[in-house]
Design a protein. Structure first.
Length: 395
């Protein structure tokens, strides 16, 4: 037995022995554990599962052990992910700290920042939100105006950020701020870590088309931020920001229906709501759209596998740069196809004549529009692909 197969068997045995049965089924959003100082476990089993995964280092399996990880290599992480999926295991801990800030800190943070913040993330003590976009700085993020003035021992931060997901529930925010207004806009930006409980920080939820308030506007009014919370060099935050965006776009490209209420798989929607003749979907147009979606979804899955194999071999690839665009556009197509297949049952937010799954399909359809904007809109992504992947000249 080779080393990776031995690791697979050991991991499978550990998961079978340590994952409670209640944690082997799809999870609802309200049952997810995001950490922070205002979040509770939905059950004792959820708490036990989190503690066991944390102690094993499997919350962040590729992170160094001194920061709460297990120091697994790329191939071992892939095996672990496969074994978790095999038993339908729930995520033990969610968070932007794991998916976005953590990798950026590992690359740009100093030792004190890594030890303090990475361990706090894994221990469930910090829930992070992202302070990038502003009312006047969305796709052109580098034009941001939220400023941080050097006051000797601290920065004084004033301004606002928008689309800060769940900021009202978070206790930390990683933030891009203007520290030099007199240079090229990308060169006067710094990357700060700000405690959401500091005086002068406030949030206002934004009601969305779905009826939910997942996003907030966050305000900074003379907020004092210690100098030790500067990540990387002063005025060099754009480099940190770009590194973090790579992880955000990867996350966006891998969005999937982890939430059972997100919506039906298109083939299931077709089986439940469309007429069939001789074992085939009777509506030829719907059948064609469904087949095209299934083929594209399979192609995207195979491309993700290709990226994994290239990473394992140490090869450089430009493919990951296209995956945010491809993944989020495919997810939008999936939601729109479901709405078409569900018919009149697919356009609802409330009412006794609709099931919870049907209502949530409408919410998922509305929310799918946001993922083609978050992390860089599809139009911006196409510009990036044309310049950096295809090498096309600017118009």
């Amino acid at each position: 037995m080779d080393a990776i197969e031995q690791f697979r068997q050991e991991t499978r045995g550990w998961l079978e022995a340590n994952c409670p049965e209640s944690q082997r089924q799809p999870i609802l959003p309200e049952d997810q554990f995001w950490g922070g100082d205002r979040h509770q476990f939905v059950s004792e089993d959820a708490k036990v599962w989190y503690q066991r995964m944390r102690d094993k280092g499997f919350i962040v399996p590729d992170w160094p052990k001194q920061y709460g990880g297990a120091e697994l290599d790329v191939q071992q992480v892939k095996v672990l992910e496969g074994e978790l999926k095999r038993i339908n295991a729930r995520r033990a801990l969610y968070g932007l700290g794991i998916w976005m800030l953590g990798p950026a800190l590992l690359e740009y943070g100093n030792e004190e920042q890594k030890f303090e913040h990475l361990n706090r993330i894994v221990q469930g003590g910090a829930r992070w939100c992202q302070g990038y976009s502003e009312p006047g700085a969305g796709s052109d993020l580098a034009s941001l105006q939220c400023k941080a003035e050097d006051k000797g021992e601290h920065f004084l931060v004033n301004g606002s950020k928008i689309w800060t997901t769940k900021a009202d529930l978070c206790n930390w925010i990683f933030c891009l701020v203007r520290t030099n207004p007199d240079v090229k806009k990308q060169e006067g930006i710094s990357f700060l870590l700000i405690d959401m409980h500091d005086p002068g920080v406030s949030t206002t939820p934004i009601v969305l088309i779905s009826g939910e308030s997942e996003f907030c506007q966050t305000f900074f009014d003379n907020v004092k931020v210690p100098k030790k919370n500067l990540v990387g060099e002063l005025n060099k935050g754009w480099s940190v920001a770009k590194a973090l965006l790579k992880h955000e776009r990867k996350l966006m490209s891998e969005l999937s229906s982890e939430n059972p209420r997100a919506n039906y798989a298109p083939r299931d929607a077709a089986k439940g709501f469309m007429a069939f003749e001789n074992g085939k979907l009777a509506d030829g147009k719907a059948r064609s759209e469904l087949v095209n979606y299934e083929m594209d979804a399979q192609a995207v899955a195979l491309t993700h596998q290709r990226v994994y194999e290239e990473n394992k071999a140490g090869a450089q690839s430009s493919v990951p740069m296209i995956m945010k665009y491809v993944g989020t556009e495919l997810d939008k197509r999936r939601c729109e196809l479901n709405m078409a297949l569900l018919g009149s049952q697919g356009m609802c937010f409330e009412g006794d004549s609709f099931t919870d799954l049907e209502k949530s399909s409408t919410v998922a359809w509305a929310m799918s529009k946001t993922t083609t904007i978050a992390g860089g809109s599809s139009e911006v992504q196409l510009n990036i692909i044309s310049k950096r992947v295809l090498g096309l000249p600017e118009s």
